[in-house]
Ligand binder design. Structure first.
Ligand code: GLC
Ligand code: GLC
Length: 811
């Protein structure tokens, strides 16, 4: 079945039937106000924090899956329908949804009436605009009603779903001039409210869900819509909603345009009220005035478009492969921005009430966006460093609104600290801005002690060095990157946290993956010190890495690949001695990335073992053989049925490390084959199996041991986004920022005749043209920069003018 197609020119994914295998989602917003929106207009929005400042209620795990959203109902005689098909699911004569960069445009047509609506969050504002046009394509005059509908969340999305003894009494609204204001808890400790309004004067409204929808009815048959009339209800407790009714009389072939405003506003404490009990709506009025006319809405839309074009203009490639082209130029970078904005916190699958910003996740997210948003990357790095504790461990997560570490989960995930050096190095390579190292951010437990970012980086390496196990390999703590490999926990009680139930003090379990990651972090730190002109410090760090490499070769090598870990009792994990879980992908990736075994054949052997044992046509599975039963001493990994998640699923994120590792060994064929095997755009060809959006990466695709191999889950918020962009742009195309300048060193399939890249880097625009007439995988024969031959592969920042022409010949 086909559900849609890419419109590469307009950077849109066009969905042509609403009954996609899963809701296919897009994101709105790029600063403080965000929303997710599905192809049937489902979803929710929030201000900064998907848990603590949620505007719209969304029903997770519901039937239908994607329930509640930004619905428009059309009542046209006896027919009631939605342009996005849901919730009524009245069959449409025409339907189309275009997910674009920061907007979603839905078009539905029924009985000669067409409704087009574009949803977006304008730059610099905290609201959604729904730009609606209703057209009468029929030869007769028509009278119809259009209802806009949202259901308010009582701010804290977790409490909203659970605390009914309170919530059924607290809901409050105000209605003024046809606009609905959600003011629950405004009377006490909140100074913010939400609004739902229309630029055209509504014929009626509802704010009580019981009145608009009914008690026994569903959103597919709301009473007020069926009756054709809102009841002007005022909600007192229960479930406040915003419903606005517009009545249209449309002559043949006439159309009407209007727009809804759904937003968030704050008042200063002393300006909360205009009179007792009446909220000050001034912040709303100012916004409504600016967006009074359609022209203003249109201008905001164009501004948003220009913003994205400019952003993406930082990196654009011309390559032969259409999948690579559209992922690199549009969708992969777009997804990277979504992960920067939200880490793993808010999607259709991540309820936004859980983990907030993850330390390791958010550090890795930096890698894919630092070229697009260096300033935001810098701020994020400082926020992250501020959640490190003075002993070097890091809060595993923090809430975006408060920026406070989540103490329920705490620290002790021993890979966490090491991602900061990687992310800061990426920032420095991109920008050359060494001032970040002096930025004072303190520690989460000792804020008075203003440690600099450089102090944090040093502490991160030392944390690993001070937490080594019996084999001289890093202790794993609660878990490393693989949150589900819990070697110190032993949980036999249902519902307990696999990661935190165990006491990790005195833990002896060691991680070979962290060992490799540490080596990579050392290499980055050495480069950084060299960049600062501190050659001795750089050499000292390289020696520390060598020591760790020695330990890996001695205790972390299993003969054909790198071991994964030692468990709490010193038994090997990821060894051919094991019955299950003989080989894991993560340690193969990170040991090679950490420079282990590059010259003695181990790296090649390890990657060949990955190919032989873990590679499948849909990507590389995490480990083999899958764990058939639950193993107390391994934790959550073995809790998943074989083939899913970390238990031998294709965990997209770590596939990218193998792609990079293959380029390090010069195998451009395999690197790209792996790239395509998990590339979402290639999944259009098997979409009924794959099911998830073909324009963004999903966290996982079911592995070959699963009953549903090839089925993807948990799209959008995954570290895959950043790493896939790094792998493709920096390692396959080989256009790589380094401390010393832009390096060009591709590793591509032999069949490629060449490619072009436009890259903005440290204030200059590089127009890079690579030709591969000799059909090699790798090897730069010569480079000319503005016509001048360059020795080596790194273009120093001072070479060339503002527009730099770079010609590269491989061979
Ligand atoms: C999820 C987590 C990430 C972890 C990965 C593997 O993607 O967000 O932190 O590394 O799973 O367990
Ligand atoms: C669960 C997931 C894992 C994720 C973790 C985050 O353990 O299986 O993928 O990293 O939760 O907390």
């Amino acid at each position: 079945m086909q559900y849609g197609h890419f419109d590469d020119v307009n950077r849109e994914y066009v969905i042509t039937r609403p009954d996609t295998p899963l809701p296919w989602i897009n994101y709105l917003g790029c600063e403080d106000f965000f929303g997710i929106i599905s192809n049937t207009a489902g979803g929710y929005c929030f201000y900064r924090d998907a848990r603590l400042r949620r505007l719209l209620r969304y029903r997770y795990n519901n039937v239908p899956l994607d329930s509640n959203g930004r619905y428009l109902y059309i009542k046209d005689g006896a027919t009631v329908w939605n342009p996005g098909w849901k919730p009524t699911r009245t069959p449409l004569d025409k339907y189309e949804c275009r997910h674009g960069l920061g907007y979603t445009a839905i078009r539905g047509e029924k009985n000669g009436i067409e409704v087009r609506v574009t949803y977006f969050v304008p730059l610099g504002d905290s609201l959604e605009l729904w730009d609606v046009t209703v057209c009468n394509h029929s030869p007769r005059a028509r009278s119809l009603s259009l209802f806009g509908f949202v259901e308010w969340c009582l701010w804290d999305a977790q409490d909203d779903m659970t605390n009914f003894q309170r919530n059924f009494s607290t809901g409050q609204v105000e209605v003024e001039d046809g606009a609905v204001f959600h003011v629950t808890e405004y009377r006490e400790r909140r100074n913010h409210f939400a609004y739902f309004a229309c630029n055209a004067k509504p014929a009626g409204f509802d704010t009580a869900r019981d009145a608009f929808v009914g008690v026994h009815e569903g959103l597919d048959c709301p009473r007020a819509v069926l009756a054709g009339r809102c009841t002007n209800s005022l909600a007192h407790g229960w479930a406040p909603v915003g419903a606005l009714q517009l009545d249209f009389n449309l002559k043949p072939h006439a159309s009407r345009r209007c727009h809804f405003l759904l937003g968030y506003a704050e008042n200063r404490e002393e300006q909360k009220y205009v009179r007792p009990g009446v909220a000050n709506k001034a912040p709303f009025r100012a916004v409504a005035k600016r967006f009074a006319k359609s022209a203003a809405v249109e201008a905001a839309r164009r501004q948003l478009q220009a913003h994205w074009e400019k952003l993406l203009g930082t990196f654009q490639a011309e390559v032969e492969d259409p999948h690579l082209a559209r992922m690199l130029n549009t969708w992969n970078q777009y997804q990277c921005v979504a992960t920067l904005n939200l880490s793993r916190s808010a999607s259709g699958y991540e309820t936004g009430i859980g983990r907030g910003m993850g330390y390791r996740d958010s550090n890795q997210d930096i890698l894919g966006v630092v070229h697009l948003a260096p300033q935001r990357a810098r701020e994020r790095l400082c926020d992250l460093a501020a959640t490190q504790l003075s002993d070097g461990t890091c809060f595993h997560q923090y809430q975006p609104l408060t920026k406070k570490g989540n103490s329920d989960i705490g620290g002790g995930f021993n890979d966490d600290p090491l991602w900061l050096p990687l992310a800061v190095a990426a920032y420095l390579k991109e920008t050359g801005d060494a001032s970040i190292l002096k930025a004072k951010v303190g520690y989460a437990d000792k804020n008075q002690k203003k440690a600099t970012i450089l102090d944090h980086l040093e502490l991160s390496l030392r944390y690993t060095e001070h937490n080594l196990g019996p084999h001289g390999l890093p202790l794993i703590g609660h878990a490393d990157w693989n949150d589900c490999l819990n070697l110190n926990c032993f949980s036999s009680t249902p519902g307990e946290s696999f990661q935190c139930a165990g006491d990790i003090r005195g833990s002896r379990a060691e991680s070979v993956m962290i060992a490799g990651l540490y080596c990579a972090a050392c290499t980055e730190m050495a480069g950084l010190y060299e960049f600062l002109g501190q050659a001795e410090a750089a050499r000292a760090i390289l020696r520390r890495a060598e020591t760790m490499r020695g330990a890996i070769v001695k205790h972390g090598w299993d003969g054909g690949w790198f071991l994964r870990a030692y468990d709490a009792r010193g038994r090997k994990i990821g060894s051919r001695e094991c019955e299950e879980g003989q080989i894991f992908v993560e340690s193969q990736g990170w040991c090679v990335l950490g420079g282990v075994g590059l010259n003695d054949g181990r790296a090649r052997l390890a990657l060949d073992s990955v190919k032989a044992r873990l590679a499948t046509p849909n990507g590389i599975v995490l480990q083999q053989p899958a764990y058939a039963t639950y193993h107390l001493h391994l934790g959550e990994i073995s809790s998943y049925p074989p083939g899913y998640k970390e238990n031998a699923g294709i965990f997209s994120h770590n596939n990218t490390w193998i792609q990079i590792a293959e380029t390090m060994l010069g195998n451009g064929e395999r690197a790209f084959e792996y790239y395509l095997s998990m590339c979402p755009s290639t999944k259009e060809a098997q979409i009924d199996t794959y099911r998830a959006e073909p324009y963004v990466y999903a966290q996982m695709t079911a592995g070959r041991d699963a009953p549903t191999p090839g089925e993807a889950k948990n799209s959008w918020l995954t570290g895959t986004a950043s790493w896939a962009f790094v792998a493709a742009s920096q390692h396959i195309l080989g256009v790589k920022p380094t401390f010393k300048g832009l390096c060009i060193d591709p590793c591509i399939p032999r069949a490629w005749r060449g490619f072009k890249v436009r890259r903005v880097f440290r204030g200059k625009t590089y127009h890079i043209e690579v030709s591969n007439l000799r059909g090699v995988n790798r090897g730069v024969k010569k480079i000319a920069v503005d016509g001048e031959p360059l020795s080596g592969t790194v273009i120093p920042p001072e070479a060339g003018g503002k527009e730099v022409r770079v010609r590269v010949e491989l061979g």
